[in-house]
Ligand binder design. Structure first.
Ligand SMILES: C[S@@+](CC[C@H](N)C(=O)[O-])C[C@H]1O[C@@H](n2cnc3c(N)ncnc32)[C@H](O)[C@@H]1O
Length: 206
């Protein structure tokens, strides 16, 4: 399991980002995803990959979904469990191999600002692994810092751990090769809260 530098900075992270949604648009994207998951009608669990302090997992649970947060950072999980004791959190990374997660039916996957920390060469294997575990019609939602250069995947100076920005076309193509068809994409332009455009792709298992 990868152990990025989030353990050391978890306290500061929680103090700095009281809300995971710096603008209403950030929140609305997650609410749209939750609505699509409900609409898919699929039974199973929504896995919040790289849940950090768990606020978005808790939001999914409050929206009526059966959701679980997973994260490789022990300290992030400690905060998640402290802040949201009614929500399930597990130690794991994007490969989703943890005991207790391998057997559960997955209705949808959310990966918000977590796949940015996965080396681009490992992304195809991860997305293919997700597709193998999801029924046709299941939704995935991938959000991260983005690029305006068509097709670009470029490393950037993230403060905590190595990270890559993907042009939305590049992530959409990776999702497509793994078995997910793009449903929609949203790009929030740089503002007081973000240095780069940030893209969220929602896609559906073929
Ligand atoms: C910027 S935080 C995002 C937290 C949360 N998803 C949110 O939107 O508020 C990134 C999280 O990704 C996790 N992470 C880093 N590498 C990961 C990996 N390979 N698989 C899953 N999560 C990872 C980190 O531990 C951290 O908690």
């Amino acid at each position: 399991m990868s152990r990025p530098g989030y353990d050391a900075l978890a306290d500061l992270y929680v103090q700095t980002f009281g809300s995971p949604y710096p603008t209403p648009a950030d929140r609305e994207i997650i609410e749209a995803f939750a609505g699509l998951v409900v609409e898919s009608g699929l039974a199973g669990t929504v896995v919040d990959v790289g849940c950090g302090p768990g606020q978005v997992t808790a939001h999914l649970v409050a929206s009526g979904l059966d959701a679980i947060g997973i994260d490789p950072s022990t300290e992030m999980l400690r905060h998640a469990r402290r802040l949201h004791p009614h929500v399930r959190y597990l130690a794991d990374d994007a490969h989703l191999c943890a005991e207790g997660l391998r057997e559960i039916p997955i209705a949808a996957i959310l990966a918000r600002y977590s796949l940015i920390h996965v080396s681009p060469s490992d992304i195809p294997e991860i997305l293919t692994g997700w597709a193998a575990r999801m029924p046709s019609g299941a939704m995935v939602c991938v959000a991260g810092q983005s690029s305006d250069v068509v097709g670009e995947v470029v490393e950037f100076d993230h403060r905590v751990a190595r990270a890559w920005r993907w042009h939305p076309d590049a992530m959409s193509e990776a999702l497509g090769r793994a078995g997910f068809d793009e449903h929609s994409r949203t790009v929030i332009r740089p503002d007081a809260h973000r240095r780069f455009p940030e893209a969220t792709l929602i896609a559906r298992r073929r």
